[in-house]
Unconditional design. Structure first.
Length: 449
């Protein structure tokens, strides 16, 4: 005996729509990767060609209906592009942070050298000292600073040597025999090292700058420059700690904002692929980005995901109804125009078959249901019940044929639950108890004539 069947219909149209959404996300991720790498100055034609080739190979899988392989590969490629550009960004941050630290170290060394030269008696080169002191303005390059330091060390060495007595010079000559003259790097190594907290701040300031929070990076940089001029070491240490906390908080906010904004870019591409007019939504995104409101951006992400999910679910439900009704029509059932809408609105539909008088097939499940229930029903309670077994047997055969028919078009009809219950009339009757697995009726079934 063939009873109600709870089935899950997976249509090719549904899988294609999901695939197109993932492909749109991949294309947007690729465009973002290209733009960000270009801004970092870290992309070559070879890099881009390889990325495009991988993308095209993945699309070929989608067009060949290799949906699972495509989705897995595309998701992995999106993750790779995101991690790759992040690795490039971190490398650029490290390089710029080292440059900031070297500049700061150069300023401190220049200050120390100028002080040492001023302390020497006798004539000195005031112009060189003035140049060394000008390093504090931060306008000189690292190479220019090193040149000034080298000149200052040479001058300092000559001044120290000229103040020795003849005996001292002879002793120094014997002691220095075979020993190389002190180099600039060696001299730097003997100077005061830059505070690790300053190095951490240089990195955080650089990262904020690259995340686009220019106001925060400039403000922190100004505070740090002012702090390094402070003469009180204890006060300087306390202010460094406080500034470091501020910088870390600013970075956390900037990262959260950046991640939400990037997710919205990917989501916007998916919404467009799903045929959703997101113009008003995009306007709200732009306003939130300008206001730097992470909370608003996250809310928009949730809204966008919900809208995309609803759109894909609605399309999938429509595709499922069409697939089942089209399959039943191919098997000779009296499927008429508008039945898909009726099923969506009422949640239940009974379809006749001309060569099965007095019986029909009930399809239940509205737009919100991913599953459908199908079963044979009698169109009247007053019938020759001896024909029930034949009607159920024929429906069982038709169900197998329906599965095969759907499979021809790339669809699948999977039984998730089958109950062996007696055939009932397809009319409302208070004496009839519906099976527990049945989908609740939305209204009285509409029977095709």
């Amino acid at each position: 005996m063939s009873g109600p069947k709870v089935v899950r219909v997976v249509t090719r149209e549904e899988l294609v729509a999901l695939g197109e959404s993932v492909l749109a996300r991949l294309d947007q991720a690729l465009a973002m990767w290209r733009d960000q790498c270009s801004q970092l100055g870290q992309i070559t034609d070879e890099d881009l060609n390889k990325a495009v080739s991988r993308r095209d190979a993945l699309e070929a899988l989608l067009r060949a209906d290799q949906f699972q392989a495509f989705t897995k590969g595309a998701t992995g490629e999106i993750g790779f592009l995101q991690s790759n550009v992040e690795a490039r960004r971190q490398a650029a941050i490290e390089a710029k942070a080292r440059e900031r630290s070297r500049n700061e170290s150069g300023r401190q060394n220049a200050k120390a050298l100028a002080k040492a030269l001023r302390a020497k008696s006798g004539e000195i080169e005031t112009d060189l000292i003035a140049e060394l002191e000008s390093v504090a303005t931060g306008k000189l390059s690292i190479a220019a600073i090193d040149q000034l330091l080298a000149r200052g060390i040479q001058l300092l060495s000559r001044r120290e040597a000229s103040q020795l007595t003849e005996a001292q010079r002879q002793l120094a000559s014997r002691l220095a025999s075979g020993v190389a003259t002190q180099t600039l790097d060696q001299w730097k190594a003997t100077q005061v090292k830059i505070d690790p907290r300053q190095e951490a701040l240089h990195r955080l300031i650089t990262e904020l700058d690259m995340l686009g929070d220019v106001s925060a990076s400039e403000g922190l940089n100004t505070h740090l420059a002012s702090l390094t001029q402070s003469g009180d070491p204890s006060q300087q240490a306390m202010r460094l700690d406080s500034l470091l906390i501020d910088a870390r908080n600013a970075k956390a906010n900037a990262v959260a904002l950046d991640q939400a904004a990037k997710e919205l870019q990917l989501l916007a591409a998916e919404l467009k692929s799903a045929g959703i007019d997101a113009a008003s939504w995009q306007t709200r995104v732009e306003q939130a980005c300008q206001q730097k409101s992470t909370e608003t951006l996250r809310q928009l992400v949730d809204e966008g995901r919900g809208e995309l999910s609803d759109a894909l679910r609605s399309k999938a439900a429509l595709a499922r109804r069409h697939a089942v009704l089209h399959g039943l029509a191919k098997l000779g059932y009296s499927v008429q125009e508008g039945m898909s809408t009726t099923l969506a609105q009422d949640g239940r539909l009974v379809i006749k078959k001309p060569d099965m008088p007095g019986y029909g097939i009930e399809v239940a499940g509205g737009t919100a249901n991913e599953r459908l229930q199908v079963r044979a029903v009698a169109l009247s309670a007053s019938r020759d019940t001896t024909r029930d077994l034949d009607a159920e047997s024929r429906w069982c055969q038709d169900f197998t044929r329906l599965q095969a028919e759907l499979r021809i078009n790339g669809n699948e009809l999977v039984i998730e639950k089958a109950l062996r219950l007696p055939l009932i009339a397809g009319v409302l009757n208070s004496s009839i108890t519906r099976p527990s697995c049945a989908v609740p009726r939305a209204s009285v079934a509409r029977t095709a004539s």
